[in-house]
Design a protein around this ligand. Sequence first.
Ligand code: NAD
Length: 483
Amino acid sequence: METIRNLIDGDACDAESGSRLDVVDPATGAVYAEAPDSDAADIERAVEAARKAFPAWSETPAGERAAWLRRIADHIEGDAERFARAESIDNGKPVALARAVDIPRSVANLRFFASAVEQFASEMHQADRETINYTLRQPRGVAGLISPWNLPLYLFTWKIAPALAAGNTAVAKPSELTPMTASMLGDVCREAGLPAGVLNIVHGLGAKVGPTLTEHPRVPTISFTGGTVTGRDIAARAAPRFKKLSLELGGKNPNLVFADCDLDRAVSESVRAGFANQGEICLCGSRIFVEEAIYDTFVERYVERVKALRVGDPLEDGTDVGALVSAAHRDKVESYVELAREEGGTILAGGKRADAPNARCAGGFFFEPTVVTDLDVACRVQTEEIFGPVVTITSFRDEAQAIEYANATDYGLAATIWTENLSRAHRVAEAVDCGVQWINCWLVRDLRVPFGGMKQSGVGREGGLEALRFFTETKNVCVRVER
Ligand code: NAD
């Protein structure tokens, strides 16, 4: 049994109450670790440690803060294989994916914001000879950072890196379902000698520790990535306290395939967009819309490719689809497939729990990659986030209808557009209500660009300058110049 600990004021510690939570390996269904079941007392200690550390950290030159982030990145990179295995065991994702994406991207997040803060500049405005305005962007204090289970270390560092780079200290809470690599990050911070209290990591149940953090009077900044329902709760708690809030929430992303696309590429990338990380990426293109002229061909080729995906032991190379994160989540996905049948859908691939790939995984939470057609665009399966290996395919008549279908949910995170017609690509990107748009590609990420959703997919943008601006307070200083 492995033991996960909080990082508070530079110490690796249990919850003050001594209470612990079971951590389950989704591929086997077995408890393999225990994590602190923290409560308000642990959050209080963490916030106090972060508050104490803030003056010195915020006055540390940006170049030195950047050097700390690079040191932490180097430690993770030097131990990348152990991190990748840990992420795979904790989350159920294929280890090959953790190796190729999760861990390198976590390292890149830290290095990116180290460089970004060294380049961070602010504005000066001069309207006449009598006055000069300059803008200060100062760290805001203790940042509360809350992240989900689907890309555990990747999204955790995506918040920690800009918060710390900008001179804030932080209390960070990973998901209780996937606490392992956050705990390992805590070990790295201690080994690297990061000053005590700069980063505090508190494990525990969201409903138990989350509200204490989001309501805390000494935490003026909250950055949250997770579900829309949780985001609404956080927004309601933060609003009366006038906190600065960034919310990256759920998605139900349209993937629009026009008849003039490069069909080979559209098919293969749409399979990846549907089922990478078991469909558990907020950016997955789970609603595919295909122009009538190529609908039958697309569906035939798509389904053939999906049936060839290998559901397997996450620790084995060659596995395309691993285990879903928990039994509860597997049950939720299963209930949506049942609903798809009730709503009149036709299941062309998958549709049920997958057989265990081997004896080790007999108790694991596997589900077959599933393709559903013949659903109305307004039905629940087509409008609610499933966040699993379930894709719907629907035909559209023309560009106007494609846009109408794309916008037919309350979400507005990411859209993908497949067409070789340049003007159409631009027109559609402009008309679809999503904060992130890809044309003829998917999940290509430049860390400098604004990232985030519209409508119920979130408020605010992360990435590059947007993140550094979010984690700083803007002050304008107007100076009269005597002539
Ligand atoms: P979740 O909302 O259940 O949990 C996210 C985090 O919030 C966890 O750490 C959890 O412990 C914590 N939490 C739960 N209740 C809380 C409360 N009342 N107050 C404060 N914190 C609380 O989400 P999840 O199931 O972990 O993640 C899946 C969701 O995240 C999906 O909806 C997915 O689309 C979304 N997501 C969005 C993005 C994005 O960038 N927009 C990225 C990844 C995942």
